[in-house]
Design a protein around this ligand. Structure first.
Ligand code: ASP
Ligand code: MG
Length: 402
């Protein structure tokens, strides 16, 4: 007998048929004598619909009310799924975030899990109930309902698996696992059997939709092995864990992130402290900077170029204009860019990965504007219109048989 945590995303519970399908998957596991805790997301596009309803009323909703509103999506799917299990003749109980013991910070809309009081969960398991937990929600110190941010149900599942020392944590979705590329866009995309937390974290952060990056961070921290698999098929998925068997595959994924903007400050004084002055001001306003490039100074001037999330571009430009040290500099904003990245733990020990990526881009006639590398990632900034072409070309270079 094992304790198994299963999480089902919105598409897996979107309507009556899908809810009954999920109820079958979980009651099968229960029937085999396992303890089962299930985490559900809101059905289909419910969260988007709820946000749209709020927008009809106000453009400045209180964050607290947005959390009350959005938590309702998961409340609905949890209760429906519990009813479906009961209808099939199994004991089940739905628990909202606070009932499942989730204590969080009071950052509405982006709450952090501070702890899980597991008594109620243990009690329900002792009663042999299948527990259905409403994902992405908890309670803060003011006794207010909080939510964890978009895609936060994955984090609920990993947190439960960690707190209860579950034997397995299965994340069910509408694809069969983690792929080397988006299988809907790149026909040669290959499903991975295994991937490391670090690789998954890079892929999740770089825009692969399959897992929320905070859930991967938490899984790494508490060493929770996850499996990403499909709720539509019976096939094994992708295991996410600390270390995997050495493989020949250098690159494990190629992603595109179009949510970026490139900002340049052309002609800042070539004196110490400029980078500090610029980036500390951005940091103070919580603007995350990604790739940074500084030119070699000439004629006492230098250029600094960097990328930010597109939503922060205008605010960042305003901050740059307000700095006196950049008074004579020219500030340029370009939002027609995208970042394409290749990720793989194997590249650390294999020279030549970057040149292979650059060759593929050259052959596809794509100009590289900026380059950034880490031990397990190479990112290039390119023209946005060419991003899909770039992804396909780079993917083909590393997965020729794909
Ligand atoms: N329902 C929330 C969302 O759509 C949380 C989740 O699905 O994980 O973002
Ligand atoms: Mg999701």
């Amino acid at each position: 007998m094992a304790l198994i945590v299963k999480k089902f995303g919105g598409s897996s519970v979107k309507d009556y048929e899908r809810v009954m399908n999920v109820a079958r998957i979980i009651t099968d596991t229960y029937k085999q004598g396992n303890d089962v805790i299930v985490v559900v997301s809101a059905q289909g596009d419910t969260t988007d619909d709820l946000i749209a309803k709020a927008a009809e009323i106000t453009s400045k909703p209180q964050k607290r009310e947005m959390d009350v509103l959005q938590s309702a999506g998961e409340t609905i799917s949890a209760s429906l799924l519990a009813m479906a299990c009961q209808e099939m003749g199994y004991p089940a109980v739905s628990l909202l975030g606070w009932q499942a013991g989730f204590q969080t910070s009071s950052a509405y809309g982006a709450a952090r899990i501070k702890g899980i009081q597991t008594e109620r969960l243990r009690r329900e398991l002792d009663r042999k109930n299948i527990i259905i937990v409403a994902g992405f929600q908890g309670l803060c110190k003011y006794d207010d309902v909080t939510t964890f941010g978009r895609g936060g149900s994955d984090t609920t599942a990993v947190a439960l698996a960690a707190a209860l020392h579950a034997d397995r944590c299965k994340i069910y979705t509408d694809v069969e696992g983690v792929y080397t590329c988006d299988p809907r866009k790149v026909p040669g995309a290959v499903k991975l059997d295994e991937i490391t937390y670090d690789e998954m974290l890079e892929l999740a952060t770089l825009g692969a939709q399959v897992l929320n990056n905070r859930s991967v961070e938490m899984a790494k921290k508490y060493n929770v092995e996850m499996e990403v698999l499909s709720s539509y098929s019976n096939k094994p998925g992708t295991i996410v864990k600390e270390k995997i068997a050495m493989e020949k595959m250098l690159v494990r994924g190629v992603t595109k992130d179009a949510d970026c903007a490139r900002l340049s400050i052309v002609g800042v004084p070539n004196v110490p402290g400029m980078a500090f002055k610029i980036f500390s001001k951005l940091a103070a306003r919580n603007i995350n900077v990604d790739i940074i490039l500084q030119s070699v100074g000439r004629d006492d001037l230098k250029d600094i170029t960097f990328t930010v999330a597109r939503a922060h571009a205008d605010e960042a430009v305003a901050i740059l204009h307000a700095l006196d040290l950049t008074a004579n500099a020219k500030i340029i904003k370009d939002t027609s860019v995208a970042k394409v990245s290749a990720v793989g733990a194997g590249m650390e020990s294999h020279p030549g990965t970057a040149s292979k990526m650059f060759e593929a881009l050259y052959e596809a006639g794509i100009n590289i504007q900026m380059i950034a590398t880490s031990e397990i990632k190479i990112s290039v900034l390119i023209e946005q219109d060419k991003a899909d072409l770039a992804v396909a070309a780079v993917h083909k270079a590393f997965f020729p048989e794909g």
